[in-house]
Ligand binder design. Structure first.
Ligand code: NPW
Ligand code: ADP
Length: 280
């Protein structure tokens, strides 16, 4: 274990999984707004939405362009494609920050003006610091190096990969947000000193779209815990570590089902309900 960092366990994760009660409806369980995917990466939208549904959110709203909506609905007809109130946003997976249309820029600005917690991934990472809502970013090493370098903090992907704990902490401090630095060991931290590691139980997790699935799980957990988050910002790091733990365990289970063989991102998302069931 990295010194000063606490390895997140099944017991820790279980504390952040809640089943609905008799008084709940889809709205009290939390609604996640999703702005992800693009013409180049429609799959990222599908995977994030799939994972969010599988992680037990009350509702997902996805209002992207028609082709993306169709792709998302083909996989998950439960998704609502009408805009409305949400309790959290998942933004950026599968978006190219250099090719954002005016409509997309409007959607991003609308989401970030909302003041509800935000999960910022991939092609929206450059927007960190442009809003005041509680924020967690989910970069891999190359993305974190890019964000920091764009803020005049010179580093390289090699440096971040060689010392992820130091760079994750530095990023949290400098950017003022919670950070999930993805890797074989994922580092989760915030500017207040919360520091958790999540060690992947299988390296099959390193597959295309796996990070998009993590975004969906985390978005769902943030939306479902919106009440707790409103009064305690530390909840964000606990939820982020829980999401990474659930993602890793889902990959382990999916792989175990095929005798320890490979898994796809969709396999990981589909294994999420079983992981959540075992934690409850
Ligand atoms: N199904 C979907 O819709 C999916 C959508 N996804 C979405 O894609 C977006 C981009 O995310 P990303 O992390 O892949 O891109 P990025 O940080 O720009 O890194 C590019 C770097 O990789 C390297 N590289 C490329 N090919 C390589 C090779 N063969 N072998 C070795 N290196 C290679 C390349 O190096 P270069 O070729 O320039 O030398 C460059 O350094 C993001 O929005 C994500 O959400 C993904 O989740 C996947 C599933
Ligand atoms: N060697 C590895 N072993 C296990 N998990 C890994 C390894 N490398 C990366 N991962 C995990 O795989 C996922 C990859 O996410 P990401 O880099 O965003 O890819 P993508 O953009 O294709 O979804 C992350 O959750 C990360 O923690």
């Amino acid at each position: 274990m990295t010194t000063g960092w606490q390895e997140w366990t099944a017991e820790d994760a279980a504390e952040w999984i809640t089943a609905p009660g008799a008084g709940d409806d889809k709205y009290t369980r939390g609604v996640l707004g999703v702005v992800t995917g693009s013409q180049d990466y429609p799959g990222a939208a599908v995977l994030g939405v799939e994972a969010a549904h599988r992680a037990g959110v009350g509702m997902v709203r996805f209002t992207g362009p028609r082709a993306l909506r169709q792709a998302v609905l083909a996989r998950r007809p439960e998704t609502v494609t009408v805009s409305g109130r949400v309790q959290a946003w998942l933004i950026g997976s599968g978006i190219d920050q250099n090719r954002r249309s005016f409509v997309l820029i409007g959607d991003l600005e609308h989401a970030l003006a909302d003041k509800v917690p935000v999960v910022l991934d991939a092609g929206a990472l450059d927007l960190v610091g442009t809003h005041t809502a509680p924020t967690v970013i989910t970069p891999h090493a190359r993305e974190l190096a890019g964000v920091l370098t764009s803020r005049e903090i010179r580093t390289t992907v090699e440096e971040v990969a060689a010392d992820p704990a130091t760079w994750a902490e530095r990023a949290a401090r400098e950017l003022g947000v919670a950070v999930v630095l993805k890797g074989a060991v994922t580092h989760v931290c915030d500017p207040d000193g919360d520091r958790y590691t999540v060690t992947a139980p299988t390296h099959w997790l390193a597959t295309a779209g796996s990070g998009d699935v993590l975004g969906g799980i985390l978005g769902a957990l943030v939306a479902t815990h919106h009440v707790a988050l409103a009064s305690d910002a530390h909840v964000l790091t606990a939820l982020a570590a829980t999401a990474a733990w659930v993602q890793g365990e889902a990959a382990r289970r999916a792989s175990a089902e095929v005798g320890g063989g490979p898994v796809t991102a969709l396999d990981i998302a589909q294994a999420v309900p079983g992981v959540i069931g075992s934690l409850i």
